[in-house]
Design a binder for this molecule. Structure first.
Ligand SMILES: [Fe+2]
Length: 497
């Protein structure tokens, strides 16, 4: 790992343009910087806020209601089972209940299969939702493009999706990671850039619509506009949902006091498939990844349902089948921004030792409207009652923690990072963007953070992630075992016996 001071030193030695005196000054300043910051990483001075932090007006065509009487809108899909052979398709019809059917097949316009879903609607204060349809289609083939049609008659609509490859340790797969998206022009930039990367599935780390920034009837209206906004991606690529604080929507002044009501009515998750008792925490396996979704805003201390479920789910993770273990949550447990500082601390205390014991590869979070990546560190020796130890230390078993709450919502960027940069923080920048994780095989995955840079997608923080389970030691052991097998295979049977 290279820190900011060392970069300055490298530039200094390469360019050799300055006078000896200036060089000496730079060298001493670089050395001082190394001493002051310890192992701390880079604080990028770059800030990119392309557009004002205001929601796109409702009359903008980006939110246009599809033409035609009762035409399906707000179409989105998510994984429908544990292993990726099922999809849940959701959509809204505004005028009347309409059909719950999904017709689907292997070629466009030729639908050999039909599935029947369910329909519900609800009220939120004086807002009355449209008719919300949800339909599970299962027994799909792996790694196959399906075409589907929803709605009735002349105003039906057609989409497609691709199922993941069968769960396999070496299955390559590309995830996009987005958080705190909202519905501004910055949000639109993020979605468009993510579409450009060819990400096959989106891991969403909470805070969807920011509709809770509105009041009364407009809360529901902005949930609807957001559904139409993300359809350009979410009707084709499954989004794996997790909930943030903006989904809580505890509004006693409106008489709305049941948390997550809008979110839960609109964004189903396949939680029963992972033996969870709540749609807010669950797990799916997809290609070579095991993805665990946690809820920062549900009880998680010892003996609570979420704690008990996670304890069991971690035992079910089979790294021989799914080498990549990824955790999603909303409030980051390592964050050196002034915004939301220490808010993830209680979850860190409860779950961090498990993340290290089970060698989680990467933990993605949102909440803070900036980008930050940690080194592999842990603070599991924390015990202020006896030892007094309370600082994170380098730990090869620990995950990399990545905060990607920089989707572009109306609250704007979190511009104030704490100074000095803590030793655990490898790279941080207050700009909008999203991440991609491109799994190559069981040992390597290529990671990028993509900044929204005046309409362009710029890969800004990139590294090759080495799998925590199939790392160097295990690979060596495996190779040695294979070599031993081949030696044994060539030995005369009498010698082996
Ligand atoms: Fe948040």
């Amino acid at each position: 790992m290279v820190n900011g001071g060392c970069i300055i030193m490298a530039m200094f030695w390469n360019k050799r343009k300055n006078s000896m005196l200036v060089q000496l000054l730079l060298l001493s300043s670089a050395l001082l910087s190394c001493i002051n910051n310890g192992n701390a990483g880079v604080t990028s001075p770059f800030v990119r806020n392309e557009w004002p932090s205001v929601d796109i007006p409702l009359e903008n065509e980006i939110f246009a209601v599809p033409k035609g009487y009762n035409a399906p809108q707000q179409v989105h899909i998510t994984q429908g089972d544990y292993d990726g052979k099922a999809v849940i398709i959701s959509w809204v019809t505004a005028d009347e209940p309409g059909s719950n059917k999904v017709q689907y097949g292997l070629s466009e316009g030729k639908y050999d299969f039909t599935a029947e879903g369910t329909m519900q609607n609800y009220t939120f204060y004086n807002y009355k939702s449209g008719y919300i349809h949800q339909c599970l289609i299962d027994d799909l083939q792996y790694d196959t493009k399906y075409y589907y049609e929803i709605g009735d008659g002349d105003f039906s609509r057609r989409f497609w999706f691709r199922t993941p490859p069968q769960v396999d340790p070496d299955a390559p797969y590309k995830f996009g990671i987005i958080g705190d998206l909202g519905q501004t022009y910055n949000s639109l930039s993020t979605i468009e850039h993510c579409l450009e990367t060819g990400a096959q599935t989106i891991l969403f780390v909470g805070d969807l619509s920011y509709a809770d920034r509105y009041e009364y009837h407009d809360v529901g209206v902005r949930w609807d506009s957001w559904g139409r906004f993300v359809e350009r991606s979410a009707a084709y690529q499954p989004w794996i949902w997790s909930a943030g604080n903006h989904e809580i929507e505890y509004f006693p002044y409106m008489g709305e006091v049941i948390p997550f009501r809008n979110y839960l009515h609109r964004y189903p998750t396949p939680y029963p498939a992972s033996k969870s008792s709540s749609p807010l925490w669950y797990a799916v396996r997809r290609a070579s990844a095991h993805i665990i979704v946690l809820s920062s805003y549900s009880p998680f201390v010892k003996y609570t349902p979420q704690w008990t479920w996670l304890q069991e789910e971690l035992k079910r993770v089979d790294r021989e089948k799914t080498p990549w273990l990824i955790v999603l949550m909303h409030a980051p447990i390592y964050n050196s921004n002034d915004a939301h500082f220490m808010e993830g601390e209680s979850m860190r205390v409860v779950f961090e030792s498990w993340f290290c014991r089970y060698k989680v590869d990467i933990v993605f979070a949102g909440h803070v409207h900036a980008y930050e990546r940690s080194y592999r560190i842990s603070n599991i020796r924390y015990n202020n009652a006896s030892s007094g130890a309370s600082n994170p230390v380098p730990d090869k078993s620990a995950p990399v923690y990545i905060t990607v709450g920089d989707g572009g919502n109306q609250e704007g960027l979190a511009l104030r990072f704490r100074d000095p940069q803590p030793d655990y923080s490898a790279f941080r920048e207050a700009s909008y963007g999203h991440s991609t994780l491109e799994i190559k095989n069981r040992t390597h995955a290529l990671y990028h953070w993509n900044r929204n840079d005046d309409g362009k997608r710029v890969q800004t923080d990139s590294f090759m992630l080495h799998n925590q389970y199939w790392g160097d030691n295990r690979r060596r052991r495996k190779l040695n075992k294979n070599r031993l097998h081949s030696v044994l295979d060539n030995l005369p049977l009498s010698l082996i016996l």
